[in-house]
Design a protein around this ligand. Structure first.
Ligand code: DON
Length: 312
């Protein structure tokens, strides 16, 4: 008879292994404020189905969640306008970089999926319609605070301002979609909300807490409160699996075998349905813009715990 490995021990071992590795990837520099991140950082937090938290390394240090916020804006947009969202954004992997513009021309301004930048900007625009930017940003922040049960989560204004000054590609994407009528609101309003939700700062522990509903059929396992219905949770996980790592999504599924969403701040949120909500952070990125050590750590964790959506 074999016993399940001790989760805290596995997390501690992985954090120690990652701390020692010389290969750390390269921190993002196209948002100047993110270039200040320390590549020696590594954090890992895992919440299991019983609500137990295992953590290691810098699991309590806040970092810029960047594109991981797109999981939560997608959840909010589906809650507000339901399947009408899919009229302006697709559900197919792009096979392109996260900030690519090429497919938008062929596909008449409809982004491939809600996680590439163009798609996330379209999702933000959908949440914004009928509201003021400040209100919507407050809604997004409060949603994350509610999910993580932690009102201390805030927006890093320096990161938001840094991206607002330099986000020329996103300005191009938004204007291009505006030309096709996919963006309804003034482009600077939509981008203002988008840059600010990308600049939300959270620790691995807070992020793993916020992801709990995705491992638990849409419910917060500690309160039983339904955030989304079980079908919607399954579908958000499906999009994370197929699109969550851009042109690195196939490799992530092959190596880690879980739905996951990365951000250029070096964070990854991964979901083992029924088993765990996992957040990892290491600021150095691979060439696809996904955390280099984050992915390696998740591969080791899923291997040692026997977690995979493809396992029988
Ligand atoms: O729009 C951007 O470029 C950033 N705010 C977010 C990109 C991102 O996190 C891509 N993820 N790996």
């Amino acid at each position: 008879m074999t016993y399940a490995p001790d989760l805290q021990q596995v997390v501690t071992e992985i954090a120690e292994e990652m701390r020692k590795r010389p290969d750390r990837g390269d921190v993002a520099t196209y948002i100047p404020e993110l270039a200040r991140a320390d590549p020696s950082k590594f954090g890992l937090a895992v919440i299991d189905a019983q609500g137990r938290v295992a953590s290691g390394g810098d699991a309590d240090e806040p970092f810029s969640i960047q594109s991981i916020s797109k999981v939560f804006t997608l959840t909010l947009a589906l809650g507000r306008i339901g399947d009408r969202l899919w009229r302006r954004v697709g559900r197919e992997p792009s096979g392109s970089t996260f900030n690519s513009i090429v497919q938008l021309e062929y596909e008449k301004g409809i982004p491939r999926n809600p996680f590439i930048n163009a798609g996330a900007i379209a999702v933000t625009d959908a949440i914004l319609s009928g509201h003021k930017p400040r209100e919507v940003l407050g809604d997004i922040l409060r949603f994350l605070q509610f999910l993580a049960d932690d009102n201390s989560i805030t927006i890093d204004e320096a990161v938001a301002a840094s991206e607002q000054r330099t986000g020329f590609r996103n300005v191009a994407l938004a204007n291009y979609m505006k030309a096709f009528g996919v963006i309804e609101n003034p482009v600077d309003y939509t981008l203002g909300v988008y840059f600010h939700h990308c600049a939300i700062a959270m620790s691995c522990r807070q992020l793993a807490l916020a992801g709990r509903f995705l491992m638990h059929q849409g419910r917060n396992p500690s309160t039983g409160f339904a955030v989304v219905n079980p079908e919607r949770a399954r579908r958000i996980n499906a999009i994370m699996l197929t699109c969550g790592h851009y042109d690195g999504s196939g490799e992530f599924a092959y190596r880690v075998g879980l739905p996951g969403k990365s951000g250029v701040g070096g964070g990854i949120l991964a979901i083992a349905p029924g088993k765990a909500s996992i957040a990892v952070w290491s600021p150095g990125l691979d060439p696809s813009g996904n955390s280099h050590l984050g992915r390696i750590a998740l591969e080791k964790l899923t291997h040692r715990m026997g977690w995979s959506v493809f396992a029988g």
